[in-house]
Design a protein. Structure first.
Length: 224
């Protein structure tokens, strides 16, 4: 198995990540809106898993201004961007860590993640889903907005070709595309079907895919 170089890749491209995002995710606003809308409306403790530069956390904070929000990411440069973006907020807790290793904060109302878990191997994805289930309160919700693989090799190739067409039509520069492809070298995407099965095996009986545009999908499941 090849070494996972995700941390090095994201440390190296942190400075351009925010600028690139909106042009490199077809349907970007809808993708993130689904992730926010699936958080329980009374959530008071929320974890952003693989928070990166805080793009998702900003949206969570706007919707839940009184909530305590934990941010976990293993990239120091990315978390520095998150701190700059979010400012001095006593209800934000930053954790620079690999979320596969330490225990997660417990008794959470919601766990959200965007474009992070697909960088892990399939066995690690299953571990993450199990850890998320254990960290939630009863009725708590896990939401994963992420990249997915096609169910067949042919469809996966079509996803990738269509993505190139879409991002060029959206005005992405060739440098932005090159930076994205550099990050994609660490992708370990899994299919929608596999991930729903793994979430259900972890305990999320109602796991489902709520949104999908090409290779971008939003999953959610609640703790019974």
């Amino acid at each position: 198995m090849r070494a996972n170089q995700t941390k090095n890749v994201f440390d190296a491209t942190a400075s351009t990540y925010d600028i690139d995002r909106s042009r490199l995710i077809p349907g970007c606003d809808t993708f993130y809106r689904w992730a926010i809308d699936l958080i329980p409306p009374c959530a008071s403790t929320i974890l952003d898993l693989g928070a990166g530069s805080g793009l998702l956390t900003v949206l969570v904070r706007k919707r839940f201004p009184q909530a305590c929000i934990h941010l976990i990411d293993f990239s120091g440069p990315m978390l520095d961007l998150a701190r700059q973006r979010l400012g001095d907020d006593p209800n934000l807790v930053f954790h620079q860590a690999d979320y596969l290793q330490p225990p997660l904060p417990q008794k959470l109302c919601a766990i959200v993640s965007s474009l992070s878990i697909h960088h892990t191997d399939d066995a690690d994805k299953r571990q993450i889903f199990g850890k998320a289930y254990a960290a939630l309160k009863p009725k708590g919700v896990f939401i994963n907005a992420d990249q997915v693989a096609g169910p067949t090799a042919a469809l996966d190739a079509r996803y990738k070709a269509l993505w190139l067409e879409q991002v060029r039509d959206a005005g992405a520069s060739e440098q932005q595309i090159a930076d994205s492809l550099y990050r994609k070298q660490e992708d370990r995407c899994a299919s929608v079907e596999d991930q729903i099965a793994w979430m259900r095996a972890a305990g999320f009986a109602d796991a489902d895919c709520w949104y999908k545009e090409n290779c971008f999908a939003v999953f959610a499941g609640s703790k019974q």
